[in-house]
Write a protein that binds this ligand. Structure first.
Ligand code: AMP
Ligand code: GLY
Length: 427
């Protein structure tokens, strides 16, 4: 079969890498892809936003049997609804079902309606009322813009004034435009975060391995949040008991609730969780695979991903199982100097050939491009260097061995990816 993957980051390289291993797949296309994906798929530049007609035409013309969507924006803009109209098979939730990610107000009200454990919250469309509430409750407190804000619309505030400023930034300065028409003000949850991603066909929930990412830019989880500086799988905080609680109190009730409300959810459902004293609560839902979590999770998947994805679309996931390797995986993100702020592009990357000879090591490209026959940087997050190991320490050591062989001007990475798992493994 022919497969089309939408997106061009580390997550999409991992998806393409995994899909390419399927004996069912003849050819892969990727829009827009990157210099790593280019080795496995035909990459094409196409402005897809607002142009789903042209994309559907392309899918018909190339006899695409399956389209897999990586990022949230096309999902929130209705790419799935559009492809379904043309009878094209596509993996991901519809526009309405994507509201579980694209509207924090919808998501919070949904969780309340279905008794899904999450932070206590109030919703506001008036900045003055929001500020009075914040003053009444006090810090720490979290302020969130309702809509999609490229991961920048969430403000966990340990000081009252920061929360007030966040309301102004979102609702008065309108930093995120209409995404800030409403806000969610919620309880600050303490605990350890984990990511839990599942495949679902709208009825059955088939979990992937647990994972954890490192959002802040600096070692020790300090500094501003990024899209993710590294990840590892499994997350030891997700014990068997916690896994069971996540499935029974969060994942299954969510899928059942969406079905009951007439908006069946198909695709990958990602729950960002806060775990405290063995009790998981939802921080947020995402309507897609995580990035960089996928770079750590999918290399541990032994089963062919394509039949699982097809079963999600066809509604036959109850017949499927996924086999996982016990071996942990660690992904260290190499970024451009200055990220998550501004950074330069076009730096030549060296060492990739050396690393390609290492066993159990995979380099997933994010912001890379080809220029004059060389691979150069073209984004903030550049590479996700992933290793499988016999233990978490082994995986961490191998990933950093590989990272040290790769260089580009201004390369930055954290030195402590996996530290929480490592600390737990020593207990
Ligand atoms: P989100 O975009 O909703 O995942 O939020 C980004 C980050 O903000 C999360 O990964 C958490 O670290 C933090 N965060 C969001 N909501 C809360 C909360 N209610 N309590 C504590 N931290 C939070
Ligand atoms: N790693 C966080 C995300 O994918 O949203």
């Amino acid at each position: 079969m022919n497969v089309l993957v939408i997106g061009g980051g580390g997550r999409e390289h991992t998806l393409v890498w995994k899909i390419a291993q399927s004996p069912l797949v003849k050819k892969i296309y990727c829009i827009p892809g990157n210099a790593g994906i280019d080795k496995l798929a035909e990459c094409l530049k196409m402005d897809i936003e607002g142009n789903f007609d042209q994309l559907a035409e392309f899918a018909k013309e190339k006899n695409i049997n399956l389209t897999v969507v990586g990022p949230e924006d096309p999902l929130a803009n209705g790419i799935v609804d559009h492809f379904q109209k043309f009878d094209l098979k596509i993996f991901g939730p519809t526009k309405s079902a994507t509201e579980i990610e694209s509207s924090k107000v919808f998501s919070k009200e949904f969780m309340i309606r279905h008794n899904i454990p999450t932070a206590k919250a109030e919703i506001f469309d008036d900045p003055d009322k929001a500020k009075s509430y914040i003053k009444k409750v006090g810090a720490p407190i979290v302020v969130k813009a309702d809509g999609l804000a490229k991961g920048k619309g969430v403000f966990p505030c340990r000081e009252l004034q920061k929360a007030i400023d966040a309301v102004d930034l979102i609702m008065i300065n309108r930093e995120f435009g209409d995404a800030g028409n409403k806000i969610v003000v919620e309880e600050f949850m303490e605990g350890e975060e984990a990511s839990f991603i599942a495949f679902t066909d709208g009825k059955t929930v088939l979990p992937t391995a647990s994972s954890q990412d490192h959002k802040p830019i600096f070692d020790g989880d300090k500094g501003p949040n990024t899209g993710g500086m590294g990840a590892y799988s499994p997350a030891p905080v997700v014990t068997d008991e916690v896994h069971e609680l996540i499935m029974e109190t969060i994942m299954k009730p969510t899928i059942k609730g969406m079905l009951a409300e007439g908006i069946p959810y198909k695709g990958a459902l990602y729950a960002g969780l806060m775990i405290s004293d063995g009790k998981p609560r939802v921080v947020e839902f995402n309507a897609r695979f995580g990035d960089p979590e996928s770079q750590a999770v999918l290399p541990r998947m032994k089963s062919d991903i394509v039949p699982i994805i097809m079963a999600c679309i066809d509604g036959t996931l109850d017949k499927m199982e996924i086999e996982w390797t016990e071996r942990p995986a660690v992904c260290v993100v190499m970024a451009s100097k200055g990220y998550p702020g501004s950074y330069e592009k076009g730096k030549v990357i060296s060492g990739l050939n050396d690393v390609s000879k290492m066993t159990d090591v995979m380099v997933f490209h994010a912001g890379t491009a080809k220029k004059d026959g060389e691979i150069v940087t073209s984004g903030g997050r550049v590479l996700g260097v992933t290793a499988l190991g016999d233990t978490i320490k082994d995986a961490i050591d191998k990933a950093y061995d590989a990272v040290k062989k790769i260089s580009f001007d201004g390369a930055y990475y954290r030195n402590d990816i996996g530290y929480r798992a490592l600390n737990r493994s020593k207990i």
